[in-house]
Design a protein. Sequence first.
Length: 280
Amino acid sequence: MIVLVACFGVPLFHLVWFAATSEMYSHILLVPLVSGYLAWMRRRNVPAVSKPNRLATAVAGCAGLVLLAGYWLAVWRGWPMSDQDGLAWTTAAFVCLVFAVCGFFAGRETLRTMRFPLWFLIFMVPFPTLLHNWLENVLQQGSALTAYALFEMSGTPVFYNNLNFQLPGFALQVAPVCSGIRSSLVLFLTSLVAGHLFLRSPWKRGILAVAVLPLGLLRNGFRIFVIGQLCVHIGPQMIHSAIHRDGGPVFFALSMVPFFLLLILLRRSERVPSALRPAP
C-alpha cells in the first residue's frame, strides 16, 4: 500500500490541492478519514484467517491499469482534458488498485467485512466534467420546476420559461450555481454513512439514499421560492441579500430535519416488538 501511495504521490497531491481549493469537492478530504474510521469500528469483526480473493484482485487490478493506461494515452496524444477530468482518471485508477491490493493481502472474508469502508473510497473520485454538467443540469431544472410549483400553490402570479421566472415587478433566473449539487452530494454521502451505521435492512438503506433526491429538489426549490417572494414583497434588492449569498447552510439544515425524521422512522421500523421476541 505504501508503494502504491508513493507511485501516485503527485496525482494524490494534486487531488488534495484540488479538493482544498474547491467548494464542490472539499468533501474528498474527509472521505478517506470517514472510510478509515468505519473500518476501525469493524476491526473486531475481521476474521483471523482470510484467503486471498484472486478474482477481485484481478478485476480491480486490471480496471486500475486500464484507467491509468487510458489517462497516459490521452496525455501522450495531447487530447484536451481539464484538471477535473485528469484527476477523475488517476483517482479512479488509484482506488481500483487499492481494491486490488486489499483483495490480495486482506482476503475474501476481510473484504466482505470491510466492503462498505472500501466502497466508500469511490467518493474520492471527482465527477468527470460531462457527468458533473449533466447532474448539475438535472438538479437545476428540477429545482426550478419545484420552485414554480411552490409559486403556483402560493397564488403568486408567475410566468415560467426555461429556468426564467417572471414575477410581479421582478425577473428571476435559476443559474447553474443555484442547482444545489454540492449540498445534495453532501446529503447523499450522509445518507450512505447513516444508513450503514443505523440501519440493517439493505432496502431501507436504499430508501434513505433515494430520498435525498426529492429532499434536495424541495430544499433548493424552496430556497428559490423564498428569494423570489422576498424580491416581490420587499424589493428587487433582496436578490443581493445575505439569504441569497450565504443562505445555503440554513436551507441545508432545514432539509436535515425531514432526513433525520425519515432515518428515525426507518430505524424504529426495524425494532422487533417485544411480543414477537423469542423467550430467553
